[in-house]
Design a binder for this molecule. Structure first.
Ligand SMILES: NC(=O)c1ccc[n+]([C@@H]2O[C@H](COP(=O)([O-])OP(=O)(O)OC[C@H]3O[C@@H](n4cnc5c(N)ncnc54)[C@H](OP(=O)(O)O)[C@@H]3O)[C@@H](O)[C@H]2O)c1
Length: 251
């Protein structure tokens, strides 16, 4: 495999599962030294071991993306370990359904804290570091539910629309400092998150009736993320790229 990230350092939040894990593995295959940030250490260390078995380099740093001190600490640890931070994928997220009037304040706060505040905190400390280096590339994980309404979940859709707004606005703020900031908007991707949703009666049938063709593989999102971070995408910033097999293209 070609090594566009040889000598580079990539940070992946939620890198111990699903889309984040596939991206961490792909970054390593493409030559990056990888920092995996998430809460569950066992899954994180297992991903590090998998990367090392395949000749790559990685560390796991236990991180809650919704906690400012953690978001700052993982960037500091990255730089202490590997000297720089070239690419970041702010991917960690949670999901959940329910009618708006039945949501609790705790439901709302958890969704927004992880999916939206977590991306802002991640970018904040990543950008502080990237400004000192003179550049970098960030990709944030939104969703098709960040581009259209989502009847299953208002608070998930609100958080993911927020990620698109954050991405586009930050891309403008840091364009002239050499920091490119884009988002991916995955459709139905076969990960533990979607498997948990499918366990709820009726949900799998609902998804399959809405999604054209098959569900996506985590690696198909990872390919888009690493490409957006690579020099091949040097003129792209502020883009919210659907990776959805056509789901958001229309009926
Ligand atoms: N699968 C889909 O169909 C789909 C579609 C559109 C968008 N997405 C987005 O893709 C992203 C990844 O989801 P996935 O499908 O790969 O699901 P997943 O396998 O459940 O992965 C979610 C990841 O987020 C991490 N995470 C959750 N809360 C966290 C927190 N507070 N701090 C740090 N890490 C946290 C989890 O690790 P720990 O639990 O160990 O912390 C895990 O690594 C999410 O943002 C999701 O909204 C997924």
């Amino acid at each position: 495999m070609s090594q566009p990230f040889a000598g580079k350092v990539a940070l992946v939040t939620g890198g111990n599962s699903g889309i984040g894990k596939a991206t961490a593995v792909l970054f390593a295959q493409q030559g990056a030294r990888v920092v995996i940030a998430a809460r569950r250490a066992e899954e994180g260390e297992a991903t590090v071991a998998e990367i090392k078995r395949n000749g790559g380099e990685a560390i796991f740093v236990r991180t809650d993306v919704a906690v400012a001190a953690d978001a700052e600490a993982v960037v500091k640890r990255t730089v202490a370990e590997y000297g720089t931070l070239d690419c970041a994928f702010n991917n960690a997220g949670v999901s959940g359904g329910g009618l708006l009037h039945e949501l609790t304040e705790a439901d709302w706060d958890r969704m927004i804290d992880v999916n939206l505040k977590g991306v802002w905190l991640g970018m904040k400390y990543q950008i502080i570091q990237m400004l000192t280096q003179g550049g970098g590339a960030i990709v944030n994980d939104s969703s098709v539910a960040g581009l259209t309404g989502y009847v299953r979940s208002t608070h998930y859709a609100a958080s993911k629309h927020g990620v698109v707004g954050l991405t586009k606005s930050a891309a403008l703020q840091y364009r002239d400092q050499g920091i490119r900031i884009n988002a991916v908007c995955p459709g139905m991707i076969m990960t533990p998150m979607i498997e948990r949703a499918f366990a709820i009666p009726g949900v799998e049938d609902w998804f399959r009736s809405k999604v054209p063709g098959r569900g996506g593989n985590p690696d198909e999102v990872a390919q888009a993320v690493t490409w957006l971070c690579s020099a091949a995408a040097s003129y792209l910033t502020g883009v919210a790229l659907p990776v959805d097999g056509g789901l958001s293209s229309g009926l």
